[in-house]
Design a protein around this ligand. Structure first.
Ligand SMILES: *[C@@H]1O[C@H](CO)[C@@H](O)[C@H](O)[C@H]1NC(C)=O
Ligand SMILES: *[C@@H]1O[C@H](CO)[C@@H](O)[C@H](O)[C@H]1NC(C)=O
Length: 476
């Protein structure tokens, strides 16, 4: 009986796909990358427990060189990449080009494969190219998960070539609360096929050349959306994005060469320069491992305790809005003032073993900050915010426990002195980590290997518990 149980158990576990987290990577912004730049980005992504970059690209001629460099560094560093074919930028990818690129790059060791050993291929838009994929898949045996939001999930999944779907709905309308309604629509339509759930921290773009000038909700989104990932536990997560500086939702390091897009896109000013977002990666190892473990907080090693804080460095009323709108008519939305979408607030999250106190000062004045969200059981991610109330000056965010200092962020000052007298609607992100050894917690270093072992172990436990619940089998 026990042997039979084990056999059935292994069969069930074997069917479960490994969860993975991708980051959407704009290949165009790596046009001037050196090998060192690739190494820095891949190292930072691995450190954040990201599994692969989804390389977004049109079919421009110079991409062959970029892809060759990227795949070579990724292979050296044991990282994975896959193609996300962009049908919006340069237009409709010609079928023969798709086949040519996939034929060459999907064979490389660094190309991301799903659990059934097929190379993953994704898109940005391209819903009008559905008919191309029968022929493409005849030539390339790939696992195809397009982002065909334009078609809607039910229509998109009805195409026989589609193995799963990605959604692009990472930002709610205006100040609406972010919900999982769209994710659930996708999950319903997918009926068990894999879903790539999008997660993004921010959105501000102002590019004259592309006629783009709007904000979408950021604020608490980075916290809220990861909680929704833990709730939904999708097959895959894709972070929007690693390096889209022009839309202000990058979480990767800023390289000087990546900022060329501001010139090319005729932005009125460079709103990413001096605005690091690295802090948004700080808690990713924790939250990503949690997601891969099925949200099981109990056996989750935490790493160092830490603090992350983000805010806009210009109060909304201080300077000109730059004619930026909240929402955009290009997405059939009702527009509003940007400050109706993005609030003048300082946001803060902390990763803690147990409760601690938060304080914020602006221009030396204490602002009585408290947590709005605290994790069950006291261990995990805390989150909150305080209004800026037109205050300017130095920003200091401090964590203490029982009046003992833990960590502090000496943040970018808030100023009414705006570049070109235009409010920068991008966020500045700061972070600080405690390096003090924590006597009771397990080793802070958690490799991808041990994390995937934990996934399997936690799934075996889950399946075993389900089995006992169903059949009352005593397997102790
Ligand atoms: C801030 O976060 C980044 C990304 O996690 C990390 O590389 C860096 O060391 C952190 N800085 C501090 C001061 O903790
Ligand atoms: C900056 O913009 C604000 C709001 O549009 C305006 O009142 C102010 O006069 C401008 N200042 C300068 C120096 O142009």
């Amino acid at each position: 009986m026990q042997l039979l149980f084990l056999v059935v158990l292994l069969a069930i576990v074997g069917q479960v796909q490994a969860r993975a987290v991708f980051a959407h990577f704009m290949l165009g912004n790596s046009n001037d990358y050196t090998k060192t730049n690739w190494e820095q980005d891949i190292f930072a992504a691995k450190e954040a427990h990201i599994d692969a970059f989804a390389l977004n690209t049109g079919f421009d001629l110079s991409i062959h060189r970029l892809l060759t460099d990227a795949f070579s560094v990724a292979a050296d560093l044991d990282f994975k990449l896959f193609l996300s074919l962009d049908y919006s930028g340069d237009g409709h990818w010609p079928q023969d080009q798709v086949i040519k690129y996939l034929k060459e790059f999907t064979q490389l060791p660094a190309y991301y494969k799903t659990d059934n050993h097929k190379p993953l291929v994704s898109t940005f838009e391209g819903g009008d190219a559905v008919d191309d994929w029968k022929n493409i898949k005849n030539k390339i045996d790939c696992f195809f998960i397009p982002e065909w939001s334009g078609l809607g999930p039910h229509k998109a999944i009805s195409n026989a070539q589609v193995d799963g779907l990605m959604s692009w709905s990472a930002w709610p309308n205006g100040r609406d609360k972010m919900t999982t309604d769209t994710d659930n629509e996708y999950l319903d339509a997918l009926n068990g096929k894999p879903y790539i759930m999008p997660v993004s921290p921010w959105f501000y773009t102002n590019m004259v050349r592309f006629h783009k000038n709007w904000v979408w909700q950021g604020d608490d989104l980075w916290y809220t959306r990861w909680q929704q990932v833990l709730e939904i536990e999708p097959e895959y997560v894709e972070i929007l994005t690693w390096n889209d500086f022009g839309e202000s939702h990058y979480i990767g390091p800023i390289h000087e060469s990546g900022l060329a897009v501001f010139n090319y896109g005729q932005a009125p000013f460079d709103y990413a320069r001096g605005m690091p977002h690295d802090g948004w990666r700080t808690f990713l190892p924790y939250v990503i491992d949690l997601y891969k473990n099925g949200g099981n907080n109990v056996q989750q090693p935490m790493g160092n305790e830490g603090l992350v804080s983000w805010y806009r460095i210009n109060p909304a009323s201080a300077c000109s809005s730059g004619e930026t709108t909240g929402n955009t008519v290009t997405h059939q939305q009702k527009t509003m003032e940007p400050e109706q979408v993005l609030q003048d607030k300082i946001f803060f999250s902390a990763l803690l073993e147990s409760s601690a106190d938060i304080s914020v000062t602006i221009g030396g004045e204490d602002r009585a900050a408290t947590w709005i969200h605290t994790p069950n059981g006291g261990k995990g991610i805390y989150h909150g915010s305080i209004p800026i109330n037109h205050q300017t000056g130095a920003v200091v965010v401090t964590l203490t426990r029982d009046n003992d200092f833990l960590v502090e962020i000496d943040g970018h000052p808030i100023t009414a002195d705006c570049v070109q007298n235009m409010t920068n609607w991008n966020a500045w992100v700061g972070n600080a980590s405690s390096t003090a050894p924590k006597p009771s917690s397990p080793s802070a270093s958690s490799t991808q290997e041990s994390s995937s072992h934990r996934v399997v172990v936690s799934r075996i436990i889950h399946v075993a518990m389900a089995w006992t619940a169903l059949y009352g089998l005593d397997f102790r």
